[in-house]
Design a protein. Sequence first.
Length: 91
Amino acid sequence: MNKGELAAAVAEKTGLGKSDASQAVDAVFDVISEGLKKGDEIRILGFGNFAISERAATTGRNPQTGEPMEIKASKQAKFKPGKGLKDAING
């Protein structure tokens, strides 16, 4: 399912127009992204948690030349599903 299909499904479930549902989906994604960018953890009860994980700098190898190279430290978004989501998937 892509973002457009998600917006269409939200429109169908809520009775909103497709344009309004698309704006709502975009707004949810924007709020989650902005919160993570500020370093906040986003907790949605029954669904899951979004958080930022820090990756340390490491030394890797260039696959073409085999030369060692430095891989910069970075941040990654992580998602941990909540009990409600796990139960919905496995139930």
